[in-house]
Write a protein that binds this ligand. Structure first.
Ligand code: PBG
Length: 338
């Protein structure tokens, strides 16, 4: 429907369509707003580090910390009391190895944290576990390496199955595979179902691009890819939008309950295309670099950080995202409460 009202005649004698009528008062603007951002849309990423008793600030993510297991529970409770419905958890182990065995160790940092969070929070918050190996491997890749240094897809899938089971046993509501291995969703779904974890959902990092915007995150989890390596062999090329739709379709066919696009703002076209095509919930990850850019510019007084943060998150809703993973979750929830 193309509804174009007749233009009126301006004082100067030419026709003007009066768009500003509906922008006149806050109530009018509220009434005609097409998009809304609410606390229910938000998921807060949190980091938990093994072997520390006090939380450690992450300098490149102002306001965020590597949590100890006890400060993690305090922060999760605070977010729950603000109404944030979910958190996504990342672990920083005290030891790393070639295969990332800390990722599926029942006593590994995330598993312990999940069970503590579950006892502290019950079902009041959705506990999402990022499912990957890079925080746990000494080489920093998201999978195991072949002798030539490339990531072995299918050998990695078997390890992801172990991680999924460990996270499910520890109490995750949702596992979120972020390694961009082919077949990862199907492998994880098979493992979960085979062990009776039919209620554990999969949030697939379906279209995850090889991005420079993950820099602060890698500081947060102490990950350096050895030899100056990169993830271009498994994460997506930022030049490709249609390919993202194939990735999403495959993940849904393999059993993903929700799909994610990541990063967010540089991929609004992808979010919009995915949201138009799929029926499952669509998540967007507003990643560490997106947060840090806002914080850094605001610190210099160059932008109004609070306003820009809201503008970013609203843009994701406008593009069609249903769920937003963002380091702004706590701040935005606080602002909405006030
Ligand atoms: C991989 C993972 C990454 C992020 C989430 N999961 C890093 C990467 O792919 O290098 C990045 C999140 C962010 O930048 O906020 N486990």
């Amino acid at each position: 429907m193309e509804a174009t009202p007749e233009p009126g005649i301006s004082g100067a004698g030419f026709p003007v369509r009066r768009m500003r009528r509906l922008r006149r008062t806050p109530a009018l603007r509220r009434l005609v707003a097409e998009t809304s951002l609410g606390v229910d849309d938000l998921v807060a990423p949190l980091f938990v580090r093994a072997g520390i008793s006090d939380r450690v600030p992450i300098s490149s993510l102002p306001g965020h910390f590597q949590h100890s297991s006890s400060s993690l529970v305090v922060e999760a409770k605070r977010l729950a009391s603000l109404g944030v419905p979910g958190i996504v958890l990342f672990g920083v182990p005290d030891e790393k190895d070639a295969v990332g065995s800390g990722a599926w160790d029942p006593d590994g940092v995330v598993q312990v944290a999940l069970s503590e969070l579950r006892s502290a929070l019950g079902d009041t918050m959705v506990l999402i576990a990022d499912l990957c190996l890079d925080e746990y491997t000494d080489h920093g890749h998201c999978g195991v390496l072949r002798a030539d240094g490339t990531v072995d897809n299918d050998a990695t899938l078997e390890l992801y199955q172990r991680v999924a089971l460990a996270q499910a046993v520890a109490g995750a509501d949702v596992v979120a595979p972020s390694g961009m291995m082919d077949g990862q969703v199907g492998a994880i779904r098979t493992a979960l179902d085979g062990a009776g974890h039919i209620d554990v959902a999969v949030l697939a990092y379906a279209a995850k691009f090889a991005s420079g915007l993950y820099g602060p995150f890698r500081d947060a989890v102490d990950v350096t890819i050895t030899g100056g390596g990169d993830r271009l062999g498994y994460q997506q090329d930022p030049r490709n939008g249609r390919e993202a739709l194939t990735e999403v379709a495959l993940d849904i066919a393999e059993g993903a309950d929700m799909v994610m696009v990541k990063p967010a703002l540089a991929y609004l076209d992808v979010i919009a295309a995915v949201a138009q095509r799929v029926d499952v919930p669509v998540a967007a990850y507003h990643v560490s670099g997106e947060y840090s850019m806002v914080k850094a510019a605001a610190e210099r007084g160059w932008i109004d950080g609070d306003a820009v943060a809201l503008e970013h998150l609203i843009a994701l809703k406008r593009a069609g995202a249903n769920i937003i993973l963002t380091y702004f979750a706590g701040e935005v929830a606080e602002a909405m409460r006030d």
